[in-house]
Design a binder for this molecule. Structure first.
Ligand code: PXL
Length: 287
């Protein structure tokens, strides 16, 4: 007799628009690892290919907007999507293509990580891309997750005589249309890392984290993907922001130095912890 098989429930699916990083430290590979680690099924629309190692980015080659759109439309027409996550887009044309695609799905939460530079300072988005992000993506964003330098660049205005405070930057990003803004404090010169979540009422929460000693590749991708994964799994924005920071901090704490440059976060830390425990138990068991 043939065995019947009940179909397992489909995990929440998150469609990621992001670029390839061959080190798997950042980019679409970081997003896939994070989402899988949190129990989601990632769907991907590749925006660009980078050449890099853990010490720096040597080139960035955007894919055509047509190819990007075809990838996204193919999965969107076939599969339900619980959240969108945007990372490095690579060209103005790609910003416009993604803005048009997501505008067809206004009910799907949009988590936007505005990747302007790599953690080591390589520029990844120029002024024209930033202008297109402000105009076309911010108005559709559920939550944007800039680090402090990215928040300042996105929010700067020709009329500023002095550098605006991060609170002012967040208010400007909300005025441009983002519902929530999470500004991360990794690059700030503070003893603890302070991450602040805002909405149109002002500050919703500050979270303070012990500053880890290393330099990490892909921490922003991990955090934004983890927020997307938590939202796709049914969390509120505040819950997602809290849980995703906790997950990211643990992944960074367990980060490893795979090459000669930055550390890589271990998004699968829990799987390795289990196997270490099992190895230890085996060692402890009587023969
Ligand atoms: O960490 C931001 C980021 C995102 N996506 C790609 C990257 C980087 C940083 O280097 O290379 C592809």
């Amino acid at each position: 007799m043939q065995k019947t098989r009940t179909t397992p429930a489909t995990p929440p699916q998150v469609l990621v628009f992001a670029a390839s990083d061959p080190t798997c430290g950042a980019g679409i590979q970081a997003d896939i690892l994070t989402l899988a680690s949190l129990g989601c099924h990632p769907l991907t629309a590749l925006t660009a290919v980078t050449v890099q190692d853990t010490t720096g980015v040597s080139s960035l080659q955007p894919l055509s907007a047509e190819l990007l759109e075809q990838q996204a439309r193919a999965v969107l027409e076939d599969m339900p999507v619980a959240a969108f996550k945007i990372g490095l887009l690579g060209s103005v044309e790609n910003v416009l293509a993604v803005a048009e695609i997501v505008s067809d799905y206004p009910d799907i939460p949009l988590i936007f990580d505005p990747v302007l530079a790599s953690g080591r300072g390589d520029e990844l988005s120029g002024e024209e891309i930033i202008a297109a992000m402000r105009e076309m993506l911010l108005p559709q964003t559920t939550i944007i997750t800039p680090n402090a330098p990215e928040a300042r660049r996105l929010a700067e205005s020709d009329e500023d005589e002095n550098e605006p405070s991060l609170d002012v930057c967040a208010a400007r990003l909300i005025e441009m249309g983002a519902q929530y803004v999470l500004i991360t404090g990794t690059h700030e010169n503070t003893p603890l890392v302070v991450n602040t979540l805002y909405n149109d009422q002002g500050v919703l929460r500050h979270d303070r984290w012990e500053r880890l000693p290393g330099s990490y590749h892909g921490s922003g991708c991990t955090l934004a993907s983890a927020i997307a994964g938590c939202i796709a799994g049914g969390a509120s924005i505040e819950e997602a922001v809290r849980d995703a920071q906790d997950y990211t901090w643990q992944a960074l704490d367990k980060g490893f130095r795979a090459g000669m440059g930055q550390f890589i976060p271990d998004r699968m830390f829990w799987a390795r912890e289990d196997s270490e425990e099992q190895e230890k138990d085996k060692g402890d068991a009587p023969a």
